[in-house]
Design a protein around this ligand. Structure first.
Ligand code: HXC
Length: 514
């Protein structure tokens, strides 16, 4: 009888916590087009898989009217569940409970589930929807943030960490997502900034909306803080599921292998590159013509579009792609493209995902803007990331491989395991026009018909250098292949790389040009 009573009391206690901040706050949340924290977890995880921890944790603050104030779950829901059968740890801040603000106990619930994820080797997913540090708690809240950042850093490269921004994420709160591997944002819902519009207006006298300052599109397109952009929360959850499905769940296991499927892309791989070497094309077509079922999960799709990164499967195994995109800025490398690729390469390397580089770029973007933005420092990140990576590294030169870009795009000289080139490859210090203008300047200037002479010299240069055979004759390229042979060659390269063992000198860690 007593047990029955206790069970009833437990159910009542749970029901109170499950109501979050109460009906009024929930209605307000929904009026903003947002799901509740609990509904978000249930929508993301496999049905019936969520196990909640620490439901009854309470804050211990006594100041500013906090004494005795009951906050359901202290404003954050934590626990474990599965996504397509794979175990994950998850937390979701509940904006209906005191604006999802973070106090010490709230933070400790988060750090506890992060510790669990790290020990049990599961991905950790954090759903952010919070007014930031709980102002009443002062230093306790700051301590809590610090403890989260510390764990984000410890877990980096051991388990995948995913941040979902589904509401405000302001002030120092932004740094946990920034330390994680993938950030997801949703149109009209995500707001991320260090200093809010009110402060900006007070200090600088500039008026700006939250959306324009740090909305979803801003971070997906301009800052690069967000890796995935969605129009709705449900679309966002599907993106997370696709990602979890594609990547390894710790640095000690391989990604789930699925039954191999042939690419089903309508275009033939031989027909993708235009006959005119100056014409652009979409490098994603090459990827779609290679990957299983033509399924490519693009990361950072809207930012630094001159380089394409993402995951696909080859014969059932996950690989990472880094590909210049001739559709944008002719596929040049610049500050953002270098940052984008370098971080992705390091993710792949940390999680044992082979990297396939598809190369077609005319070099680094010239100009004062880029020089002053630090293209030397940013560009160096890519060199560092490729050189440091010990996973299988395979490059296919599709077309242009000029200058510093040739070296940077996983060249043999940075430790590529396999270098292949299509017959359309042009491997040279610079483009034929520029090269001819410099080395044959005298002949061109002295010629009766300057244009004709220039054309002739460009032709000579193309015949001599702008092809894959000079590099192949020196052994820098292992094979010149027809486009239609690419998939077979990639599968061969991956197969023979399975036991790759690469030497690196012992050190505590390197010092990449952050
Ligand atoms: C305590 C908070 C809070 C906070 C919101 N609330 N933020 N309580 N600490 N940081 C409470 C509100 O008082 C309110 O309580 C409820 O949550 C809902 O908030 P509203 O303001 O009604 O919601 P909305 O109009 O949607 O506005 C959301 C908001 C706004 C834009 C996030 O609440 C806001 O500006 N909050 C303060 C943001 C902030 O300055 N945070 C501190 C950042 S400094 P009631 O009881 O009325 O429902 C920081 C430093 C961290 O984070 C450094 C770490 C390194």
């Amino acid at each position: 009888m007593t047990l029955k009573k206790n069970i009833l009391a437990l159910r009542q206690k749970k029901a109170i916590v499950e109501k979050g901040g109460g009906e009024k706050a929930i209605q307000k949340q929904m009026a903003m087009g947002k799901m509740t924290a609990r509904d978000r977890i249930l929508a993301l995880l496999d049905a019936g898989s969520f196990h909640e921890y620490d439901m009854f944790v309470e804050h211990e603050e006594r100041n500013f009217g906090m004494e005795g104030k009951e906050l359901a779950g202290d404003g954050v829901i934590t626990g474990t569940g599965t996504i397509s059968g794979a175990p994950v740890c998850i937390y979701a801040q509940d904006f209906t409970v005191m604006g999802g603000s973070l106090g010490l106990k709230h933070a400790r619930k988060i750090t506890k589930i992060m510790d669990h994820a790290l020990r049990m080797k599961m991905p950790c997913i954090g759903i952010n929807d919070s007014g930031g540090a709980r102002i009443q708690e002062g230093i306790g809240a700051l301590a809590g943030y610090g403890e989260i950042f510390y764990r984000n850093t410890l877990a980096s490269g051991v388990i995948p960490q995913i941040s979902v921004i589904l509401g405000p994420c302001a002030g120092g709160a932004v740094y946990s997502p920034a330390l994680t591997d993938f950030v997801f944002v949703v149109e009209n819902i995500s707001k991320m900034f260090i200093t809010g519009p009110n402060v900006i207006e007070t200090v600088l006298g500039e008026k700006i909306s939250q959306e324009d300052l740090g909305g979803a599109r801003v971070h997906a397109e301009i800052t690069g803080n967000a890796h995935f952009y969605a129009q709705s929360e449900l679309e966002c959850f599907q993106q997370i599921k696709d990602l979890i499905d594609m990547i390894p769940h710790s640095n000690q296991v391989k990604a789930k292998r699925i039954t191999p499927k042939k690419p089903k892309f309508s275009k033939k791989i031989d027909d993708i590159i235009p006959a005119d070497p100056k014409q652009p094309y979409d490098v994603r077509d090459v990827i779609l013509a290679l990957v299983d079922d033509s399924k490519f999960l693009e990361v950072h799709e809207l930012w630094a579009a001159n380089i394409v990164i993402g995951f696909g499967r080859l014969s059932g195994e996950t690989v990472g792609f880094v590909a210049n995109q001739p559709l944008y800025l002719a596929g040049v490398l610049d500050c953002d493209a270098s940052d984008k690729a370098a971080r992705f390469i390091r993710f792949c390397d940390a999680f044992n995902i082979p990297i396939i580089t598809l190369e077609d770029m005319p070099g680094y973007l010239p100009g004062v803007d880029q020089e002053h933005a630090g293209v030397i420092r940013h560009g160096a990140k890519m060199l560092y990331a490729y050189s440091e990576a010990t996973v299988p590294k395979i490059t296919v030169i599709l077309r242009k491989a000029y200058g510093g870009g040739y070296i940077a795009m996983n060249s043999r000289h940075l430790g590529a395991d396999f270098m292949m080139a299509w017959p359309s490859a042009e491997i040279a210090v610079m483009g034929p026009e520029g090269a001819a203008n410099i080395i044959f300047r005298k002949e061109i200037m002295e010629a009766e018909d300057e244009d004709a002479m220039r054309q002739q010299k460009v032709k000579e240069y193309v015949e001599k250098f702008a092809n894959p055979f000079v590099a192949a004759s020196k052994g820098y390229i292992d094979a010149v292949i027809e486009p239609s042979e690419t998939l077979d060659m990639l599968l061969h390269a991956l197969e023979v790389s399975q036991n790759k063992d690469d030497y690196r000198p012992a050190k505590k860690h390197g010092i990449p040009p952050f």
